[in-house]
Design a protein around this ligand. Structure first.
Ligand SMILES: Cc1ncc(C[n+]2csc(CCOP(=O)(O)OP(=O)(O)O)c2C)c(N)n1
Ligand code: SF4
Length: 339
């Protein structure tokens, strides 16, 4: 019960428990501490993928330096102190942000032995790690310039051939082209790939549900048209409350709910609003005549553009629902049926 009086007591208790959590982390099978390696000129502290890259650098050979791999928190600080005392310098290999490195630098180690990582420039402050960056940081040869096998060459993500979102975007682009850029607020899902050429169809993606609330904010501040694009599963997860706000304030928005009957981006899971999007919108209070559906195929291009244009022109909340199944889930179903 996090009422203030209880919460204050609980927080005190939580602080008292920290020392037990630290002891648990020190014993955890998910953390590993190898402080007995022969070369103590470098002590290495890794988290997450950083450890995999380090392992890859040394292949089948044992890592010659003491290594602490942290997977369970809070940070087992006593073991890090032991490594600091034993080694001439510390190296941090963390993917993403230098959380641990900052924490340790702030924990009284600074200014004595060198601590290397993203904060002192040994590794770049941003960008992903890879085995080569880890090797170079440890003073080993730079392998950049060696041939990269064809199988790992860059393939930026793209909408699948035949994806229903592609046809919806072609029509939406046509309907908004007279207004210029900056009118379409998107969400996160396969349809976020509509940012890429040749579609260039969306202008923002922040987090699950933000498409509708950003379009609402923009519409309420005078942007016209203000269009939200959100996937069916994302709408079920966190779009409904935004839609309710739009209805409450009678915001002038067009909300496009892309119904591909699945959660495409994460591999094709079911979702809670399946088959019920229109009823949900009606139930929340969207006017029946402003809930429009179509089947996104190229042959329906003119009809789709017309629907978008009509709903852009109409005052208040409109919902447009393109309905066609993701070609990947469809393919999987056909395969199963053929068995
Ligand atoms: C808060 C949060 N939870 C989960 C995810 C992972 N995630 C990425 S896209 C997505 C849903 C995509 O499904 P949908 O909106 O139906 O679009 P589709 O990919 O089918 O086009 C999820 C759950 C996330 N990005 N953020
Ligand atoms: S997985 Fe489905 S929704 Fe995602 S891009 Fe491919 S066809 Fe489109």
């Amino acid at each position: 019960m996090l009422l203030p009086a209880v919460a204050r007591r609980k927080y005190k208790h939580l602080i008292e428990m920290q020392k037990d959590f630290v002891m648990e982390a020190a014993k955890s099978p998910f953390n590993s501490f190898n402080l007995d390696a022969p070369d103590s000129s470098k002590g290495i502290i890794t988290t997450g993928l950083g450890y995999n890259y380090l392992r890859e650098v040394f292949g089948d050979q044992p890592i010659p330096y003491p290594v602490i791999k942290i997977c369970q928190y809070p940070v087992p600080i006593n073991e890090i102190h032991a490594m600091y005392d034993k080694c001439d310098s510390l190296y941090f290999f963390e993917e993403g942000m230098p959380i641990l490195e900052e924490m340790i630098k702030g924990a009284g180690f600074k200014g004595q032995k060198p601590i290397h990582g993203r904060l002192d420039g040994t590794l770049s402050r941003d960008g992903e790690l890879n085995p080569n960056k880890v090797a170079v940081a440890l003073g080993m040869p730079d392998t950049i310039g060696q041939d990269i096998p064809e199988v790992v060459t860059g393939r930026p993500p793209a909408l699948c051939v035949g994806c229903p979102h592609a046809d919806s975007y072609l029509a939406l682009n046509e309907a908004v082209k007279e207004y210029g850029r900056g009118h379409v607020f998107s969400d996160i899902g396969c349809y976020t790939l509509g940012f890429m050429p040749p579609y260039n169809a969306i202008n923002s993606c922040v987090d699950m549900g933000a498409s509708i609330t950003m379009a609402k904010g923009a519409a309420d501040s005078g942007l016209f048209p203000a269009i939200a694009v959100i996937g069916d599963s994302t709408f079920a997860h966190s779009g409904l409350t935004g839609l309710m706000d739009c209805l409450y304030d009678k915001s002038n928005v067009v909300i496009v709910i892309l119904d591909n009957s699945t959660t495409g981006m994460t591999g094709g899971q079911d979702y809670t609003a399946f088959g019920k999007l229109e009823q949900i919108c009606l139930g929340l209070g969207v006017e029946k005549e402003h809930i429009r559906t179509f089947v996104p195929f190229k042959k329906n291009f003119d009809e789709m553009v017309q629907i978008f244009k009509e709903e852009i022109a109409s005052e208040g909340v409109s919902v447009v629902i393109p309905i066609r199944e993701c070609v990947q889930t469809l393919k999987r179903k056909h395969k199963l049926e053929a068995k």
